[in-house]
Design a binder for this molecule. Structure first.
Ligand SMILES: NC(=O)N[C@@H](O)C(=O)O
Ligand code: NI
Length: 169
């Protein structure tokens, strides 16, 4: 594991920057289908869940996250080896996504991405991430992830926390 302790700079969330960790979901640029006699736009297949390992199935939940305070110490990361986890913001607020590369089975240095109220993410199966990080006020998120047998949660604590000074690039 890295030494830890270095400050984490916040990046703007883009599909390209986030690609090693999963998918950015946005209506802008999505495949649009006009349905229901033209009364509804369908923004089709923003992401595809990956939860079938060991007989898993997709469930939809709402997470109500309390806003994180800054400076914020990233002391731990988690991953879900059996399933992806997707978050869609429901409260019209920005939020923070913190992920990390895998380094021989442990999380490497975190990368933090500022997500707009119009951006969701799907963290790919097995990718290290920090639990949901709402900003500014308590916020709701629609979450699509895995229900099923097997242990789908691995948590690791950094020897030395990483600090996010402020949640902005
Ligand atoms: N524990 C839980 O369901 N949530 C976390 O996995 C998370 O990433 O927020
Ligand atoms: Ni998670």
């Amino acid at each position: 594991m890295p030494a830890g302790g270095e400050p984490v700079t916040v990046e703007w969330l883009t599909a390209e920057a986030f690609a090693p960790f999963g998918t950015v979901m946005m209506l802008d640029g999505a495949e649009r289908r006009l349905i229901n006699e033209g009364t509804t736009e369908r923004f089709h297949a923003l992401a595809t869940t990956d939860v079938e390992a060991e007989g898993g199935r997709t469930i939809l939940s709402v997470f109500r996250g309390r806003a994180r305070a800054f400076p914020y110490a990233v002391t731990m990361m988690e991953r879900h080896p059996l399933g992806s986890q997707a978050f869609w913001p429901l409260s019209g607020r920005r939020w923070l996504v913190v992920v990390a590369p895998d380094e021989e089975g442990a999380p490497g240095a975190p990368r933090a991405f500022l997500a707009s109220a119009e951006q969701g993410v799907q963290v790919a199966r097995g990718v290290w991430h920090h639990p949901l990080m709402a900003l500014d006020e308590t916020s709701d998120f629609l979450v699509a992830d895995r229900e099923g047998l097997g242990d789908n949660l691995v948590e690791r604590t950094y020897d030395v926390p990483y600090v996010i000074d402020k949640p902005t690039p």
